[in-house]
Design a protein around this ligand. Structure first.
Ligand SMILES: NC(=O)c1ccc[n+]([C@@H]2O[C@H](COP(=O)([O-])OP(=O)(O)OC[C@H]3O[C@@H](n4cnc5c(N)ncnc54)[C@H](OP(=O)(O)O)[C@@H]3O)[C@@H](O)[C@H]2O)c1
Length: 332
């Protein structure tokens, strides 16, 4: 399978490492990923015979110095248009407008190329459009990593609950808010906890999307559109973040409960409801154990009652693993 990779940051680099390490396991599946172009924000490496992935990791680290096959200014969108491939893996930064990922994904789908992405932005901005392009051109669009990195939500629903319906989904999808709430529980103010989260690398200096619940709301929009085909937008989510969380944490402590920033998605008589807000959980509720980088989801099904899954988020390698899994699924 000819593959183009767009974005060679934390996830892109981890993906190349995984593809090298798991080459034998991948070929046991009868698959051979032949990477024919890799683009970053400044240019692209192109080799229609197949790029040596090990050398790319080293050369990117060396800022492509002296690399004649790295074409400065040759944009990802041009590579998508001009290089023959079966699959485009889109791993550029997530933005509100969805760009540049939106153009990369839309162009790929229009050309009938399958797409795998970890980038939420395009799916939140233009889910219906991208779904239409995918269906209309017979090209797959897979995005397991967008909602909670390696936590297998779409995979699980697709393979284990084929005719069941999710009546309600609750999730903790944001590691930054988990960390901050944990720090407030240990006695810090919200501001002190935020400051510590930034210094410890859990929060970015541009932390607003995380603490105000917008990052969680984006994930809910992707879930709602995928599960219910609901044409949902970010504005449809009722969002309350965790600023000024101290009184709720103190109240919870007195009640022997824990506070978490919870995402809730439900469909009642055809109406989809999406909320993000801090909630209290008794200590024996599995959500009470979701700390720091953990993420968890509870599904309430029509026929199979409740299922709870959780995972510890450690590194972009786990995100890359979800991307690799989708790449394998794209061939099926
Ligand atoms: N990190 C995670 O574990 C994680 C988890 C879930 C989802 N995601 C999502 O996965 C995506 C990638 O995350 P990341 O952590 O790998 O991001 P990152 O480290 O910031 O890397 C982004 C990459 O995209 C490249 N890029 C930016 N604009 C581009 C353009 N116009 N054309 C081509 N390439 C462009 C950058 O190029 P330069 O190298 O030249 O700057 C960089 O290589 C994001 O959408 C993120 O939200 C990440």
């Amino acid at each position: 399978m000819k593959v183009q990779i767009v974005g060679l940051g934390n996830v892109g680099r981890s993906l190349l490492e995984l593809m090298l390490e798991e080459k034998a396991a991948i070929s046991c599946l009868g698959l051979d990923f032949n990477v024919v172009s890799i683009s970053d924000s400044n240019g692209s490496v192109i080799d229609e015979e197949g790029i040596d992935l090990k050398s790319v990791i080293d050369r990117k680290r060396g800022k492509w110095l002296g690399c004649e096959d790295y074409h400065i200014g040759y944009k990802a969108i041009d590579a998508i248009r001009s290089v023959d491939s079966d699959l485009v893996v889109e791993l550029t930064p997530s933005t509100r407008s969805g760009e540049p990922g939106l153009s990369h994904i839309a162009t790929s789908l229009k050309l009938g190329k399958n797409v795998v992405t970890a980038n939420k932005g395009p799916l939140v901005a233009q889910y219906d459009y991208l779904r239409e392009l995918s269906n209309g051109n017979g090209a797959k669009l897979l995005y397991e990593a967008t909602v909670s990195a390696q936590l297998p939500i779409f995979c699980l629903l697709d393979s284990c609950f084929i005719v069941d319906k999710v009546e309600k989904l609750e999730g903790i999808f944001n590691a930054t808010t988990n960390f901050i709430i944990g720090e407030v529980e240990s006695g810090k103010t919200f501001e002190q906890a935020l400051d510590h989260a930034i210094k410890a690398g859990w929060a970015e200096t541009n932390y607003s999307d995380d603490v105000d619940g917008v990052d969680s709301a984006r994930k809910l929009v992707i879930l709602a559109n995928t599960l219910y085909d609901s044409h949902s937008k970010l504005e449809d989510v009722e969002v309350k973040g965790i600023r000024g969380i101290e009184p709720l944490v103190n109240e919870a402590r007195g009640l022997k409960k824990k506070v978490k920033l919870l995402c809730e998605l439900s469909r009642v008589q055809g109406a989809v409801r999406m909320t993000v807000s801090p909630k209290m959980f008794p200590l024996d509720d599995p959500f009470a154990t979701i700390n720091q980088g953990n993420m968890g989801v509870r599904f309430t099904f029509k026929n199979s009652q409740e299922i709870f899954i959780s995972a510890q988020f450690n590194s972009p390698r786990q995100t890359a693993y979800a991307v690799l899994n989708d790449m394998i699924k794209a061939d099926k």
